[in-house]
Ligand binder design. Structure first.
Ligand code: GAL
Length: 470
């Protein structure tokens, strides 16, 4: 193992305590493939990825990791790596091909429910806990055609979907995540247009934010009502924000970016409202978008929050970015050499800082790191992938989680992003985040050194079994 392991000689799964949850995180559209099988209809990502120039590599997730057909052997491998929790999302249009279900005049696709039942049952049979994400960005195209997230009816559409899923799986699944990174799909999907559905308008931004925040709380209430013994959480993308210089202007820019990137969706859930002091344009929500009673409906007492953390951000004042008046100072400009294939800075201490920042909210009682990981260029040589940089990323970020735990912060789980190399949204298949390498021509799986390190950490085996699979 690397020098780091020796340095962290006290580092094994027991150090994190018996209740600490070890898992990986995945998302339906990124791994399932089978996009037109058994009654599934297109999602916004199917449409978007078919449009020219939207995906850097021109690829789609039509096939992806073929997880739809390979889930049994894949979950076996996941278990062999020692993980006790598997996080996956439900493809909304696989379950409700019209986007809405019978209550709102649409069809329920039994074949879609059957797939997730098989997947859940298989997880349970292997002794792994299923963690369901209700929404990981793949809105049914049928609902986008009716206006998508800018249409207030989305709150009812999502509520019906949540109701159907919790009634179908709630007797077996006790860990529920409402939304995956609301900031990403709302802002990238409807304001900057980099993600599906690729719409770009400021007019949509406030309605999208508000309907998303309402759906977040509404989803929480539905899970709690239908699965009273569930742990209910939701996830947030988050990064500590540092000002580039000590100037007052950069300091204020950092505060605005912090409000956007870290506070926008958690604070309404905690009953604190939107961060309008730093971002005055958000006041337009209460004035123009919200209906009476909405501000109270935004609050929900989640059992845990899921933090998804990858990098810190350094920002400076900028006249070029309207409303935010701030821009990121890239790692390259700061002469930072430890960057990933995504261009993100590797900065382990930011994990400690972000846990510390979110722990300060009175309403945050429990934190799980529901995603963290790194994309680096990988090659298979003699049947092995020696991904030292990714391995060190996980070691170093985990070490910061351990520090946080030792300082009494309530962090109780780590879900590595991700199990298998997969379709990385607008980037296509090029950035590889997996602990398991996927050859997308043959679908062969090869456990990377990082995956083997997790296996050793989690199973305490001295001699590792050969778990490579095809
Ligand atoms: C997250 C997202 C994942 C994955 C990851 C790596 O924002 O939830 O689906 O793509 O980033 O970029």
């Amino acid at each position: 193992m690397t020098a780091l392991l020796t340095e962290y000689s006290d580092f094994d799964r027991h150090t994190f305590g018996p209740d600490f949850v070890w898992g990986t995180a995945t998302a339906a559209y990124q791994i399932e493939g089978a996009v037109d099988r058994d009654g599934r209809t297109p999602s916004v990502w199917d449409t978007f990825s078919r449009q020219k120039g939207k995906i850097k590599t021109g690829e789609t997730a039509d096939v992806a990791c073929e997880f739809y057909d390979r889930y049994e052997s894949d979950l076996r491998l996941h278990k062999e790596l020692g993980f006790d929790a598997f996080r996956f999302s439900l493809s909304w249009s696989r379950i409700l091909p019209d986007g809405v279900g019978p209550k709102l005049g649409g069809r329920l696709n039994e074949a879609g429910l059957a797939f997730y039942n098989r997947l859940i049952d298989h997880c349970l049979a292997l002794g792994m806990t299923p963690w369901i994400t209700l929404y990981h960005w793949d809105l049914p195209q049928a609902l986008e055609n009716k206006g998508g997230w800018p249409n207030r009816n989305i709150v009812d559409w999502f509520a019906e979907f949540a109701d159907i899923c919790t009634k179908a799986f709630g007797h077996k699944v006790k860990h529920w995540i409402i939304l995956n990174e609301p900031l990403a799909f709302s802002v990238l999907g409807y304001f900057t247009g980099q993600h599906a559905p690729g719409r770009r308008s400021f007019r949509n931004l406030l309605p999208v934010i508000h309907h998303t925040a309402l759906a977040q709380a509404e989803g929480g209430r539905i899970v709690r009502q239908n699965v009273p013994d569930a742990q209910v959480g939701t996830t947030f993308s988050c990064s500590p924000i540092d000002p580039f210089t000590a100037s007052t202007r950069d300091g204020a820019a950092a505060a605005r970016v912090d409000a956007l990137m870290n506070r926008l969706f958690i604070e309404p859930a905690l009953g604190l409202g939107y961060p309008t002091k730093e971002l005055p344009f958000l006041a337009g929500i209460a004035k123009k978008v919200a209906k009476p009673g909405d501000m109270e409906r935004l609050a929900f007492d989640f059992d845990f929050v899921g933090l998804q953390h990858y990098f810190r951000a350094v920002v400076e004042h900028s006249y070029f970015m309207p409303y935010l008046w701030a821009s990121q100072v890239s790692p390259l400009r700061r002469n930072v050499s430890t960057i990933t294939e995504m261009g993100w800075e590797v900065y382990p201490e930011s994990m400690y800082r972000i846990i510390q920042q979110f722990s300060q909210y009175e309403g945050v009682r429990k934190i799980h790191i529901t995603e963290s990981g790194a994309a680096f260029y990988d090659t298979v040589q003699n049947g092995a992938v020696n991904d030292t940089a990714r391995l060190e990323y996980h070691q170093n970020y985990l070490y910061q989680i351990l520090r946080a735990k030792r300082d009494g912060l309530p962090v109780t789980g780590y879900f590595a992003w991700t199990f298998l190399d997969n379709f990385e949204w607008a980037e296509g298949y090029r950035p590889r985040f997996g602990l398991v390498y996927v050859d997308f021509r043959t679908q062969q799986r090869t456990v990377k050194a990082s995956g083997r390190w997790f296996q050793q950490l989690l199973t305490n085996q001295h001699r590792l079994a050969d778990v490579n699979q095809s």
